[in-house]
Design a protein. Structure first.
Length: 133
């Protein structure tokens, strides 16, 4: 029960924080616009600061990458809505990162025998005497 309450409070605090923060535009690809109200739209460019309630729209094949606090978030193409909602919901968000080194050599793999459930069951069966009638 305590975990459930903690998770609920964490979710509420996270949501409240996301609406209170600003988003700094890191990268824009394609046609991305912000609403000026009354049906007017203005192009979004790198370096712009967007409030959480700013309504944006991304064109087909376009995306926008924004920084909110320490997180870098991405809103993919063909989306329209408040930046806080678009950058906080499921598949429209991707945390950006780079792999600095990949090691696929045999040395980095597990070299010893790894027990599986069937292996352990077989080992246990060897230890127990089984009467065959």
């Amino acid at each position: 029960m305590k975990k459930l309450i903690f998770i609920f409070l964490f979710a509420v605090l996270t949501a409240a924080a996301s609406f209170a923060q600003n988003y700094t535009v890191q990268e824009v690809s394609g046609r991305v616009e912000k609403s000026l109200g009354s049906g007017n739209w203005d192009a979004v460019k790198a370096g712009d600061i967007l409030r959480a309630d700013t309504i944006i729209r991304t064109g087909i094949g376009a995306y926008i990458t924004v920084k909110a606090g320490e997180q870098i978030l991405r809103v993919d193409s063909s989306k329209t809505g408040k930046i806080a909602e678009l950058s906080g919901g499921g598949s429209v968000i991707q945390i950006q990162g780079r792999v600095s080194e990949t090691d696929t050599s045999a040395v980095s793999r597990t070299q010893h025998r790894v027990n599986t459930a069937s292996n352990r069951a077989s080992s246990a069966a060897e230890e127990i005497e089984i009467d065959e009638d």
